[in-house]
Every structure is written in structure tokens, then in C-alpha cells.
Design a protein around this ligand. Structure first.
Ligand code: DSN
Length: 433
């Protein structure tokens, strides 16, 4: 595959360095994963050459008969994966998917109620530095101060007070499951639309390992590159069997037409132009992989690994927020270890362990420093690592953070990390070493 880059040695070098970095470091960023060579090949295929504005069978360009097949396949596989009635596979990213939903359901100035960014929410759930907090009036719900869990009483009180037009569920840094039924009840009490951005746990939800937002939300968005292990991108979905899926009264037969008109036309031409057909085909490949039984084993192992890592870290004296995890990630409050998230990220980086600094609920430090780190297991699980490796990794993390100023120690952990990585080869077909 890489031979074709011999024509541009500067770029070839960069790709080789990145392959080497991915292969020789422990990737614990909760939102990242390693795609299969099949997904990689589809993403790097000739479909990148094709303009296909519109939707299958209704394009503004000729020559779309084969890209139509790719998009149809992506749609059908995604519907099957989540038992969805409607999907749109064109959003270039999760942010674009969220934007399309907001612009379909809201008018400028309407109120959005989402989990605050500093409590684990996402930029697009109403942060003041994002379009979602600038075009709309945004109110953030926070976690319970004692338990660091979602507190449905607080959320209901806030919803009654603020009267949001849209309630957003889903997070980037929350390690517990969501009770979408409770959110539905709250949304119905205040007459709000209910949405879930399931970008992080989508793969786990697809395999039935977490509660399913499609059963209760009017609309669900996701990225495709986290636990779903596909190419970078976004999707929009609506579940089956709801009388009133968008909160709008319509004759039953017209529902699908209404949904496709509203969301499809907001994605294109509303906020996007030509779809990335190579990425849409790569999404189809990833959805095909996720439909296989082996993906359920993989997803179960992600959770087992996360639980093991959380338990080991806690036994080493780390304060894992909420005392553990139900999904693929955990948030670690480093306050008792006297090290900031920023310093921890850098220190672990030196030891070959990649994590990201992350605000913890009620953090007193800035987002550039933070009191915590976020750790996730999807990528290492893809490499085949299991509970035994998680125990080793917890010890690497502890040794590094306890010796943050000891360069020799960090170097020696780095060597151990590299040795561990060698036992779980990543993309050997692409590696030059
Ligand atoms: N940036 C992603 C994450 O790391 O969670 C969310 O979009």
C-alpha cells in the first residue's frame, strides 16, 4: 500500500513515523481505535475521486451507479446494526451530524440542555466556544457532587426551569450507562426533543452491552471511529416503532418521508456539499465487521479490560471517578497524587503511554491543565490485549506517575512498553521494521 508513496518521500516518512508511533505506544485515548486493513483500503480507494451530491438514485452528477451501491450498503448495514428505521451516513463527522440535527429541530435562540463540557459533555452539546452554544441558548446539567453520577432529579428540575427545546444525552468522558427512559420522561414533561450523541459507546450499544438510546430518543447521532472501529465520520439514526419519533404529530405512513426530508436535506444541501464516498464505503466495511459475532466478543473484552484497568488503578490508590466504569473508559482524578492532568499526559507520553488530560467534575483547574486524565481501552483491545496486559499497564502508569521527574525510570518503562507492544503487532503488513 505504502509503495505508492515512493513518489513523495517526505510524506512517506511521515506515514512511516506515524505507523511506528501507533505500533510502539500504548494507545489509551478513549476516542481512538485501529481500523482493519479492509476499512483502511476502502478509505484509500478510488471512490475519493467521485462527486455524488445528493442521495442514492437522486444525485446531481452522472456516473454515480457504483457509489450508490456503496452508500446503500452502508445504510442497510447500519440500519441492521442498530435496528434503525432511518439512517444518514453522509455527515463528515460527529459535529456535522449534531449540527444537522440541531438545525433541523431548532431555531436560533432555542434552548439546548446538555451535559456540561467540564462534567464530561462534548463541545457540540452547548459549549459557549462552539456553534451549539453560540447559535442556541445553552444550559448545562452537571453530575451529582457526591456520587459523580447523572442525577435525574437535578436534570428534571433544570429542565422544568429552563424549558429546553432539545435535551442532549451522551458524553465524551462519562464512564457509566445512561437511563434514556428517565430522560424520555423528563423530555416529555417539558415538551422537548430528546437526542443522544452515542459517539463514544456506539459499538458497545450495537452489541447490546449498554442501554439503547434508539428506543427512547427522537434522534441519535454518532461518530464511526471510536468503539465502532470504522473510518473517521458521523451518522444520524432514528429507531423503529415510535409513534411520534420527532415529537411532531404526523400520520404514521408519512413518518419516514418526514424524517428523510428534514434530516437528509439538512445534511445536504443544508450544511454539507459532496459526500466523502470513499469514507462512506469504509463505513460500510466497518458496519459489516460490527455485524459479525466476533465484534460482540471484541466489545465485551473492551469492557472487561476497562473494568480491570479501573480496578487495578484503584488498588494502586488512584481515584477513579464514580468508582469504576460500565463502558470503555474511565476518568482518573489525580488530585491525591499531586500531579496535574497536563503533567500526567506528558509524563505518560514519555513512557510510551498515550492518554489525554481531562477535566474532572467540579474541576478547579483550567481545561489546559486539568486535574485528571481520561483512559480508554478500545484500541488496545483491538490489538488483542486482555486483563493480564491491563494489570501490567496499570503498573506502568503508576510507576511513571510516581517517578515523573526521573528520566531514567521513564526511559526504562518506555522500553517495557515497547516490548509489550511487540507481542501485539499492529499493521505488520505496513511496517517497515
Ligand atoms: N474528541 C472526541 C473525544 O476525544 O472524545 C470527541 O469528539
Amino acid at each position: 500500500m505504502l509503495n505508492y508513496l515512493n513518489s513523495d518521500l517526505e510524506i512517506l516518512k511521515i506515514v512511516q513515523l506515524e505507523i511506528d508511533r501507533q505500533a510502539n505506544n500504548l494507545e489509551l485515548i478513549a476516542s481512538e481505535n485501529f481500523v482493519s486493513l479492509a476499512v483502511l483500503s476502502a478509505a484509500g480507494s478510488v471512490l475519493t475521486n467521485k462527486y455524488a451530491e445528493g442521495y442514492p438514485g437522486k444525485r446531481y452528477y452522472g456516473g454515480c451507479e457504483f457509489v450508490d451501491m456503496a452508500e446503500e450498503l452502508a445504510r442497510e448495514r447500519l440500519k441492521k446494526l442498530f435496528n434503525a428505521e432511518y439512517v444518514n451516513v453522509q455527515p463528515h463527522s460527529g459535529s456535522q451530524a449534531n449540527m444537522a440535527v440541531y438545525m433541523s429541530l431548532l431555531k436560533p435562540g432555542d434552548t439546548i440542555l446538555g451535559l456540561s463540557l467540564d462534567h464530561g459533555g462534548h463541545l457540540t452539546h452547548g459549549s459557549p466556544v462552539n456553534f451549539s452554544g453560540q447559535i442556541y441558548r445553552s444550559v448545562g446539567y452537571t453530575l451529582n457532587k457526591e456520587t459523580k453520577l447523572l442525577d435525574y432529579n437535578i436534570i428534571e428540575d433544570l429542565a422544568k426551569k429552563e424549558k429546553p427545546k432539545l435535551i442532549v444525552t451522551g458524553a465524551s468522558a462519562y464512564s457509566r450507562d445512561w437511563d434514556y427512559k428517565k430522560f424520555r420522561e423528563i423530555a416529555d414533561k417539558v415538551g422537548a426533543f430528546l437526542m443522544c450523541d452515542m459517539a463514544h459507546p456506539a459499538g458497545l450499544i450495537a452489541k447490546g452491552l449498554l442501554n439503547n438510546p434508539l428506543e427512547y430518543c427522537d434522534v441519535v447521532t454518532s461518530t464511526t471511529h471510536k468503539t465502532l472501529r470504522g473510518p473517521r465520520g458521523g451518522v444520524i439514526l432514528i429507531g423503529k416503532d415510535k409513534e411520534n419519533p420527532m415529537g411532531i404529530k404526523t400520520p404514521k405512513g408519512d413518518r419516514l418521508k418526514l424524517m428523510s426530508e428534514v434530516f437528509d436535506s439538512m445534511v445536504m444541501p443544508g450544511i454539507q456539499g459532496g459526500p466523502l464516498m470513499h469514507i462512506i464505503m469504509a463505513k460500510a466495511v466497518a458496519f459489516g465487521e460490527a455485524l459479525q459475532d466476533s465484534f460482540a466478543d471484541y466489545s465485551r473484552q473492551i469492557i472487561k479490560n476497562a473494568k480491570t484497568l479501573a480496578k487495578e488503578l484503584m488498588s494502586l490508590g488512584y481515584d477513579v471517578i464514580s468508582g469504576g466504569t460500565d463502558n470503555h473508559l474511565m476518568l482518573v482524578d489525580l488530585t491525591n497524587k499531586n500531579i496535574s492532568g497536563k503533567k500526567a499526559e506528558n509524563t505518560l507520553g514519555e513512557a510510551g503511554i498515550t492518554v489525554n488530560k481531562n477535566m474532572i467534575p467540579f474541576d478547579t483547574k483550567s481545561p489546559f491543565v486539568t486535574s485528571g486524565i481520561r483512559i480508554g481501552t478500545p484500541a488496545l483491545t483491538t490489538r488483542g490485549m486482555k486483563e493480564d496486559e491491563m494489570k501490567l499497564i496499570a503498573n506502568f502508569i503508576d510507576k511513571a506517575l510516581s517517578n515523573a521527574e526521573n528520566k531514567e525510570m521513564l526511559k526504562s518503562i518506555r522500553a517495557d512498553v515497547k516490548a509489550l507492544c511487540k507481542n501485539f503487532p499492529l499493521y505488520p503488513e505496513l511496517s517497515q521494521n
